[in-house]
Design a protein around this ligand. Structure first.
Ligand SMILES: [Zn+2]
Length: 205
């Protein structure tokens, strides 16, 4: 029976905002849906070479599917495994669609100056000097997105319940970012963005 030693290090992200954490190879990260029904746009960069990052398109190619499950390896743009899924209490995540951004709110909702996951990522990684246009796409944790047999993409409210988590192991030294998606104009976050917690835990036998 494994147990988790809590509170080694944590970042509580308010709804609509982003948080960032460093992980050493072998460290375990919990991503918790604190209040429920909240998407976390998740990004990971190789710590010493941020041009290598978690890449949803390469994950789709290597994994040959659009869902993840426990023990899966999650791949970088160079097809190196960056993370392993240790445990997943939700089972619904998306890696087909990009982060929300100002143009998404402008084009689809006629709203300007809305907070977005892409701008959250840009702001919290300014020191990494990645041009906005070259920021990576997210792994949208807890996001309900489906592609039907006709190729149509549909979405719904995040099914994650309060307190549910996905647990990931770093397979290299990483910088990780989570954005508690600020989308409040579509059902994604039940029209009410809420908190996400990133927490390092120690798994021991
Ligand atoms: Zn978003």
């Amino acid at each position: 029976m494994k147990h988790l030693e809590k509170n080694m290090e944590e970042v509580l992200i308010e709804g609509g905002f982003a948080g960032r954490m460093n992980l050493l190879k072998g460290e375990i990260l919990e991503v918790e849906n604190v209040d429920g029904h909240q998407v976390c746009d998740f990004f990971a960069f190789k710590k010493d070479e941020v041009k290598e990052f978690l890449s949803p398109s390469h994950m789709r190619s290597v994994m040959r599917r659009t869902f993840i499950k426990e023990n899966d390896l999650l791949y970088s743009i160079l097809r190196n495994p960056m993370l392993r899924v240790v445990r997943d209490e939700v089972g619904i995540h998306d890696f087909c669609v990009p982060a929300c951004d100002p143009m998404r709110y402008s084009m689809d909702f006629n709203v300007s100056d809305h907070k977005s996951c892409r701008c959250n990522l840009a702001d919290i990684t300014k020191d990494l000097n990645i041009p906005y246009e070259y920021l990576p796409d997210p792994l949208n944790l807890f996001q309900e997105t489906s592609v039907n047999s006709k190729g149509l993409i549909t979405g719904g409210i995040s099914p994650a319940l309060p307190g549910q988590k996905i647990v990931l192991e770093a397979l290299m030294d990483l910088i990780v970012v989570g954005s508690a998606c600020p989308q409040d104009l579509a059902p994604t976050n039940n029209f009410n963005p809420t908190r996400i917690r990133l927490r390092k835990v120690k798994e021991s036998a």
